[in-house]
Write a protein that binds this ligand. Structure first.
Ligand code: ADP
Length: 163
């Protein structure tokens, strides 16, 4: 069984994240979405709320089915991936900034543990054009100033941001 681990902050989940998640269906038998507990003090939503929103919007996405599991983690993403039996990390690539950062991180992640352990590889999905401008950070800022975020996040998420 091929298991992929998709780590992120998902604060909150956006249409960009959802697109990556649903496209992974053809690459994996199981997708584990790992909501990072790191830097929680600066987060807009608690880890529990972020998981709730992911569950809510994925339940609506017909293609989701039972192949997705959502967990939280507070250790290294590669270690969390190993604990859950994943062979690779899944990440989205939006632009050259993502590319520079992600390629370096993927190489370091593959090296963690040295030669004694099988490397955890990283699989990248290029953001589709209609979603590549979406970043959770800007969604949070727009919502904080009372702006309309309905083009970037599902309605259930927009409603929570408006509260
Ligand atoms: P963000 O950078 O939006 O705060 P996360 O830290 O939760 O999001 O990112 C988790 C993963 O999702 C990263 O690999 C990131 O590149 C990817 N991702 C975020 N937004 C998008 C998008 N609009 N399209 C494709 N991938 C994305």
């Amino acid at each position: 069984m091929r298991i992929l681990f998709y780590p992120g902050s998902f604060d909150p989940v956006t249409f960009g994240h959802l697109d990556v998640i649903l496209r992974a269906r053809r690459l994996a038998d199981q997708l584990i979405i790992g909501v990072g507990k790191h830097h929680e003090k600066r987060a807009r939503f608690s880890v529990e709320e972020r998981i709730d929103m992911l569950q809510e919007v994925l339940a609506e996405a017909a293609a989701a089915g039972g192949w997705i599991k959502i967990i939280s983690f507070d250790n290294l993403a590669v270690e969390a991936a190993r604990q859950h039996g994943a062979t690779a990390l899944l990440r989205g690539l939006r632009d050259t900034a993502d590319f520079t950062y992600e390629v370096q991180m993927a190489a370091m992640n593959a090296d963690i543990g040295g030669e004694a352990r099988e490397p955890i590889e990283t699989i990248f999905l290029a953001a589709r054009p209609q979603y590549r401008h979406i970043a959770a950070k800007f969604v949070r800022q727009i919502a904080a100033m009372g702006g309309d975020v309905s083009a970037f996040v599902p309605a259930a998420v927009a409603a929570r941001l408006a509260k």
